[in-house]
Design a binder for this molecule. Structure first.
Ligand SMILES: NC(=O)c1ccc[n+]([C@@H]2O[C@H](COP(=O)([O-])OP(=O)(O)OC[C@H]3O[C@@H](n4cnc5c(N)ncnc54)[C@H](OP(=O)(O)O)[C@@H]3O)[C@@H](O)[C@H]2O)c1
Length: 366
């Protein structure tokens, strides 16, 4: 634990991820929320952007990114990919540490170029990054200068893929179908997210092979296999070599404010002498996440409402004895375990705080 409160700054504090960070960091006992950043709300108070946070810290006013970085020991970046890497470089050059919610430090330089279509703007900084899927990277986060928090869809699908990879149950390909709420697209308005086009509507987008989160999910499965070969399928290494698994990932946008539910289905090539039952797979998933405070596994099928407003993930499993398909389900709040909650979870481990400090263990029901 560091002496005295850590000064935290939030870039992109006028966005959805930023609001979730502000909520959590304000109640963190080891943190002083020192500064919040926005260009559109520059000089305005927190409540100008966030009516639900009125009265929380009436002294806080939005500042530009230079001032936020200068005022902080740790900079949380809840800013768009592409725009974030230069901010991370600036923060590191000033001796700060970073928790990045964007995609800029989640992939290797080669994978980044493949999926984002251009070379990484700061490849020299990539070795500083640790992938912030805490359940699987906990051991390599302490002291990290960049925690690269995973994507929201990637979090839900990866938490479902990982125990299958660890148990040797992934077939040639895993199908990951994900339903995701509208806030996953951020706060900026766009035509297809307009209420009149989104309400009472559901549609796939960026189908299998085209969504960039595919690279993260495939990397997690590959890293689990590599970790298993090293002797512990829960000690993943961000920078060790691995062979990605094959995942056909298709997100579907549905008319919810928040929430993600992932269904990962695969047909194992070889069950060995294990019986292909729901109980068997549930047991494997339960064992894999034993001791993880933010992951629940049980026989009840997960639902987004049960985790809305929380920082937990809810998983279950099912075996279709007729087709031989194994299914693992995972529900998260995209703004909780999928964004701000996971980022603060990663910060907690990186800075030596108890993992669930300032996080929400319960959702809002109904
Ligand atoms: N929404 C989710 O479920 C989710 C989950 C996981 C990760 N993420 C990632 O987290 C990041 C933030 O997502 P979000 O949903 O919070 O987006 P958002 O609601 O659109 O907010 C983006 C924020 O970034 C600021 N910003 C935009 N362009 C900028 C630039 N060039 N330089 C500095 N600041 C800039 C915006 O404020 P100003 O325009 O006022 O500066 C705003 O505060 C993204 O990288 C996203 O991919 C989002």
């Amino acid at each position: 634990m560091t002496d005295g409160p850590i000064r935290a700054g939030v870039l992109g504090a006028s966005g959805y991820g930023g609001a979730g960070l502000v909520e959590r960091l304000v109640r963190h006992p080891g943190v002083t929320l020192a500064a919040i950043g926005s260009r559109a709300y520059l000089g305005k108070p927190l409540a100008a952007s966030w009516p639900h946070l009125a009265g929380l810290r009436s002294d806080l006013r939005f500042q530009d990114s230079d001032d936020v970085i200068a005022a902080s020991d740790v900079v949380f970046c809840a800013t768009p990919h592409g725009a974030t890497a230069p901010l991370v470089a600036q923060a590191l050059a000033a001796g700060k540490r970073v928790v990045d919610l964007s995609a800029d430090f989640r992939l290797s330089a080669a994978a980044y170029e493949e999926w984002y279509g251009h070379p990484h703007p700061h490849p020299e900084l990539l070795p500083e990054a640790r992938y912030g899927l805490v359940e699987l990277h906990r051991h390599e986060l302490p002291g990290a200068r960049i925690v690269a928090s995973p994507g929201c869809n990637a979090t839900a699908a990866s938490l479902a893929v990982a125990p299958l990879a660890a148990a040797g149950l992934l077939g040639e390909v895993a199908i990951a179908n994900v339903l995701t709420g509208v806030s996953g697209a951020g706060r900026s308005p766009s035509g297809p997210m307009h209420f009149s086009e989104m309400a009472e509507n559901a549609r796939p987008y960026k189908p299998a092979g085209t969504h960039r989160h595919t690279a993260e999910i495939e990397a997690v499965g590959g890293r689990v296999r590599a970790a298993l070969a090293r002797g512990d399928a829960k000690r993943l290494l961000t920078h060790a070599p691995f062979q990605p698994v094959l995942v056909a990932f298709t997100p579907h946008i549905v008319p919810m404010n928040r929430g993600i539910i992932a269904t990962v289905a695969t047909r194992p090539l070889d069950w060995g002498d294990r019986a292909p039952t729901t109980e068997t797979v549930l047991g494997l998933v339960t064992d894999y996440y034993a001791g993880d405070p933010l992951v629940d596994v049980g026989p009840e099928l997960p639902q987004t409402k049960a985790v809305a407003g929380s920082d937990r993930a809810s998983l279950s499993a099912h075996v279709d004895g007729r087709t031989g398909q194994v299914l693992v389900f995972c529900a998260i709040d995209n703004l909780g375990k999928g964004a701000a909650g996971q980022a603060v979870q990663g910060f907690n481990v990186a800075f030596g705080f108890a993992e669930t400090t300032a996080l929400s263990l319960t959702g809002a029901w109904p």
